[in-house]
Design a protein around this ligand. Structure first.
Ligand code: SF4
Ligand code: SF4
Ligand code: SF4
Length: 194
């Protein structure tokens, strides 16, 4: 029987919250495997009033809200890129009433958004294993700028990657051979609001 989207999300979250190498089912929270909506402020959790408007307007359906038992994150939005990546429409940024997200226009995305950075696992990537793939490149909203294909369509992620996760969502490998990890506000790569 096919999994519902929510069942699939639960399954993905189980993976998202497993730290690499912990083994034997020993799960620990790994926030780097979930993403915040674009232009999240450095004090995002303090600013977010849990209104859910970002999730309501999301054109990709990628924004989920943490459940009531999620502690400090309860009610706040998050994205699991393997379930659904952000299509960089910027709608969520424009409706956020609290300043948790800074409003931008689609043409600002490359300069203003840094949800994370995609990494390619060459041991899993079909193109590195001798089969021409390139699906991640085709799914990227900024092909040629955020990701390029080399010999046999082997992907290389560039610094312009905004961490939208569309490549991770579409990668045909299981588990995904390209995965997005969240960047910490305050890190040298952070391009969001101060
Ligand atoms: S930019 Fe658009 S697609 Fe991306 S999370 Fe916001 S509303 Fe959803
Ligand atoms: S719209 Fe802004 S304040 Fe409302 S839940 Fe989303 S991030 Fe939080
Ligand atoms: S490489 Fe992946 S995460 Fe980066 S911008 Fe392209 S689709 Fe988004």
């Amino acid at each position: 029987m096919a999994l519902s989207r929510r069942e699939a999300l639960a399954s993905m979250l189980a993976g998202a919250f497993l730290l690499p190498g912990t083994g034997c089912g020993a799960a620990q929270a790994d926030p780097s495997r979930t993403l915040l909506p674009p232009t999240a402020s450095e004090d995002f959790l303090a600013r977010c009033i849990r209104c859910g408007r970002c999730a309501e307007v999301c054109t990709a359906g990628c924004i989920e809200l943490h459940p009531p038992w999620a502690g400090a994150e309860a009610g706040s939005p998050f994205i699991v890129p393997r379930v659904a990546g952000c299509n960089t429409c910027t709608m969520c940024t424009q409706v956020c009433p609290s300043g948790a997200l800074t409003p931008i226009e689609p043409e600002d995305v490359l300069d203003a958004v840094d949800m994370g950075l995609a990494y390619v696992d060459e041991g899993l990537c079909l193109s590195f294993l001798g089969r021409v793939c390139g699906v991640c490149h085709d799914a990227c909203p900024f092909p040629g700028e955020a990701i390029v294909l080399g010999h046999h369509a082997q992907p290389q992620v560039l610094g312009a990657c905004v961490g939208c996760g569309r490549c991770e969502e579409r990668c045909p490998q299981i588990p995904a051979a390209i995965r997005v990890f969240r960047q910490d506000p305050g890190s040298p790569r952070w391009k969001g609001p101060a």
